[in-house]
Design a protein around this ligand. Sequence first.
Ligand code: NAP
Length: 349
Amino acid sequence: MSTGSPVGSHRVVSPAGVLPQAADRLDATPDIEDDEVRVRVERLNLDAASFRQLSTAHGGDGAAIRETVRGIIAERGKMHNPATGSGGMLIGTVEAVGPRSPLGLRPGQKIATLVSLTLTPLRIDDDLAHWDGLTEQIPTTGTAILFARSIAAVLPDDLPEPVALAVFDVCGAPALVRRVVARRTHATSTVAVLGAAGKSGSLSLAAARDAHAATVLGIVRDEAEADRLERSGLADHTAVADATDPLGLAETVIAALDGRGADVTVVCVDVPGCEHGAILSTASHGTVVFFSMATSFPAAALGAEGLAADVEMLIGNGYVPGHADYALGLMRDNPGLKDLFADRTEVTA
Ligand code: NAP
């Protein structure tokens, strides 16, 4: 047994010299180096942008979606959707721990990986035969590898596994929202969340409240989502708008916030084309958090310049220290969140 690179570069097959996230192909051999951990995979969670793209590309044909995902994993040694560049995460049981692994994991522990599937060496043993191709979560079996610098969380015993997996997938969003809202100096910050009835969106609403935002606005796509969000009690105001319609969205946000843009706008929608609306909906000197994987850097950067918008724009880094525990705490403190997640993961609340 030898020691691998802590960032996993020894697992890169091609192209040479890149880190695993940028690689076309990884070596997913289940044998571990002495600082790696092998996980027996039980469930994958495709990220929302990736699943939506696959679903749209195959017209909702589950068998075709399953075959595409199976093919990506077999070819790339990881679940890295080439169209969206995004992945997701997984849960499983720790199967083997190298003697020099610094992760503090023990064989038999049930964990969720908190690093993206786009950089996690993955081998599937069942051809995804138990998945109908129609849901973001994939029951499966296989092996995944964690490097010395990966992160993982032991699954909580008070949440159903599919819910915990969905929470961990997006747990970077609430932690970043809390940080951004809490650092604002004036006491009347307004926060608008786009895609507010979704997973990262609803957690972001709860985080904004937790960070003492004065007003929290949830933007959803239709009346059905508006009803669900209103029942959750997570937002002070709920409004319906298409986040890809810049003028309509900005008009809705500004009307809901008494004639002013939001101090913080959080983009949690899983479709492309929300950059300009988010920028127009944000007050001067405000902040836009782009958590969505469907965000385009040129559209955001050139859009803000073209609108002469003096806004700070943040890419939603999926990692913030303490993010998993913080998101679990929000789930425990907000019954409305549990209901929304149960709906999304088809678990009885
Ligand atoms: P989700 O649960 O599917 O929520 C997305 C929400 O956006 C849904 O409620 C959806 O409504 C709504 N929506 C879709 N199109 C809309 C439109 N045109 N106008 C207004 N609302 C619209 O997704 P999620 O899991 O929270 O993920 C959200 C985004 O974060 C995805 O792009 C995902 O890939 C990304 N993500 C980022 C990171 C990171 O580290 N930055 C990590 C994980 C995920 P319907 O359900 O009615 O379609």
